[in-house]
Design a protein around this ligand. Structure first.
Ligand SMILES: [Fe+2]
Length: 258
């Protein structure tokens, strides 16, 4: 029988979490850095990105943006009130945060529009080959895997790395000023929300994962969570590769599937 996990310190300090969590975060760090330090963000920030790459970015990530509250709903369906402290925490958090996602799809379309990619193109344009890698993985993790694995893959890993790259773009005055002044606030709303909002959100997701796993999880269960987190980062990196250079698609998609 698992003992219960209780956080020992501040929400946003890794040292507040069990050793297995700290090890897991450490082993996934390289994969996370490959997303957060991807050349894509430099190209966007420096306004040196090809317009086809901007298009691939806005259209290629859209399925994940559109579906994100859906992933959370699939996680919610796995919870059962009263079964465990983790179930109760996850249920409460998911119900509250699905509501927070309400307008994010609309904000994404506004960002795309400000960057010169029309709403119709994002909604109906062809997704670059291989760019569905992240959406497919999130769907699989949230739909078919355990509650802890699904939340680790989506709300912890995807949102955590997204918070960091959003911050890189939103912190750049030259990037912000590249948008038409009359619609700038609207264009940057998605970035602004994710750069700030995701500050504590991934930590809360990590706390839920730890609560679900209990104080003494098995080595196999821990390895599985780490694998799910890593796969989210690798899928994000592959997607970033495809945005920058669509010809990398086949090679990268094979890598993510391996
Ligand atoms: Fe969002």
């Amino acid at each position: 029988m698992n003992t219960q996990f209780e956080r020992n310190g501040s929400l946003t300090e890794l040292s507040s979490y069990p050793q297995w969590t700290q090890d897991m975060v450490g082993t996934c760090e390289d994969a996370k850095r490959s997303v957060v330090e991807h050349e894509l963000w430099d190209l966007m920030r420096d306004r040196t990105m090809e317009s086809t790459s901007t298009r691939n970015f806005m259209v290629g990530i859209w399925p994940v943006i559109e579906r994100f509250p859906g992933y959370m709903s699939m996680s919610l369906l796995k919870t059962q009130f009263g079964r465990s402290a983790g179930d109760n925490l996850a249920r409460r958090w998911l119900v509250r945060n699905i509501r927070v996602e309400q307008n994010h799809a609309e904000h994404w379309l506004n960002w795309a529009e400000g960057a010169g990619i029309g709403r119709d193109e994002v909604l109906h344009g062809r997704i670059p080959r291989g760019a569905d890698v992240l959406a497919r993985w999130c769907e699989e993790a949230a739909g078919k895997d355990s509650l802890a694995a699904g939340i680790a893959a989506t709300n912890y890993a995807v949102e955590g790395a997204t918070g960091e790259w959003s911050q890189i773009l939103f912190d750049s005055a030259s990037y912000r000023e590249s948008f038409e002044e009359s619609t700038r606030t609207r264009s940057l709303r998605w970035l602004q929300l994710h750069a700030a909002y995701d500050d504590t959100h991934p930590w809360e997701a990590l706390e839920i994962v730890c609560t679900l796993m209990g104080g003494n999880p098995s080595v196999d269960d821990v390895e599985h969570i780490a694998e799910c987190v890593r796969r989210s980062y690798v899928s994000m990196r592959v997607l970033a590769d495809i945005c920058v250079e669509p010809s990398k698609a086949t090679q990268a998609a094979n890598e993510a599937a391996a």
